[in-house]
Design a protein around this ligand. Sequence first.
Ligand code: SAH
Ligand code: F3S
Length: 450
Amino acid sequence: MPSVFIKTYGCQMNERDSEAVAAQFVARGYSLAASEATADVVLLNTCSVRDFAEQKALGKMANIAAAMRRTRPGAVLGFLGCMAQSRGEELLGKGVRLVLGTQKFHRAAEYADALLQGRQSAVCDTGAEAGSEAQIRDHVLGTDGTAPAVTAYVSIMQGCNQHCTFCIVPQTRGEERSRAIEDIVAEVRDLVAKGVREVTLLGQIVTSYGRRMIPTRDGKSPFVQLLEAVHEVEGLQRIRFTAPHPKGYGDDLVDAYGRLTKLCPHAHLPVQSGSNRVLKLMHRGYTRERYLEIVGKLRAARPGIGIGTDIIAGFPGESEEDFQQTLALVREADFDHAFAFKYSPRRNTPAAVMAEQLPQEVIEERHARLLALVNERSAAKFRALVGRLEEVLVEGPSRKNPARLEGRTGCNKIVVFEGSPRHIGQLLRLRIVRASAVTLYGDPAIVNLD
Ligand code: SAH
Ligand code: F3S
């Protein structure tokens, strides 16, 4: 029986795509290898959002190819996903025989078979394919012999039409395309029947789900209609989603946080900058005032909601004054957590050719200041939970210490505690007794909510 190993770089959407690819291989009789060293097919599912991510995948593939030349010369090595889409054929060679773009994930197993059996010598397929958004639907979930998962990702749409000037995603993922509500609900039902209690709805800009395909009804956007339909699934306990865009947080979505009890009290709201001038250059479509208004409305609709964000330091033309406005916004919005990124120029994006590119040392220095602020803030948020009771969905053994269990609060914070395997999949109320900068620790005296 041949085996496959898939390594994923980047976001949750990439993780989900890799899982759907793995499920395809399993359906064709492949086993899932524990590492690249023993696999017949090795695929790297790549990310293009920053140059660093591309360099990591390229370096890893060079190492794998060098080792495989000696140990498993017949193995098939391939790139999938965003970098495969944007670089295409230039990735073939040096041991790499398969390059598959973001609308071709569902063909991975078929191509790998043809390459392994010598029917083809190399494949590069990065074309557009109508209906490919509906193909990310199969799950591994225990088919590889592991315990069924408590939480699962569900892809609801692909692509993004926002064209933020720094972002390569509209090029690598294409135009927005959405799956039908019935198909998504059927997938969620099936997952719940297999033991899943929480789903995360995924897409590059989920709040634009179904635009131009599903009409607004009773003032509710297609995305809110989808949330309502998924909320109806019996046995499902929690709903999350990512990645949204602030422009999608109309009053209908804010109101959904107040009404839909399964919707987790958490919102990831990428702000990118606190300066209106920079937001405009970025083509983000909102101002800092509108952004803070949304944050305020969410906090009123769901007290205790956790709010996270993404911020870029050193966008072209960003002045110290603009950057100060970003720092001020971080203080004002009082984020639970924030990802701080160094601006990275991406191929064929408008920002990459803007005149005022900042020197790398300025980008680094601003990024360091931003990181220090967001880390200090998020540590304070963790500390503030000590002594409180939190609702935790138990996901499985702790990744750091498998003798303990781990789950997440509604606000998406990891809680580690001493429990028993029977707690896996249960919603527990745990007293938080200690906090590190990134983890909460729960009291083993457990109150079951089921
Ligand atoms: N909605 C998208 C966001 C794309 S990438 C999604 O998650 O699929 C995630 C984050 O990476 C963005 O929110 C942004 O903060 C950051 N990012 C995107 N392009 C970048 C660039 N060129 N340089 C630095 N950070 C970038
Ligand atoms: Fe990228 Fe902006 Fe879309 S960050 S994914 S172009 S919303």
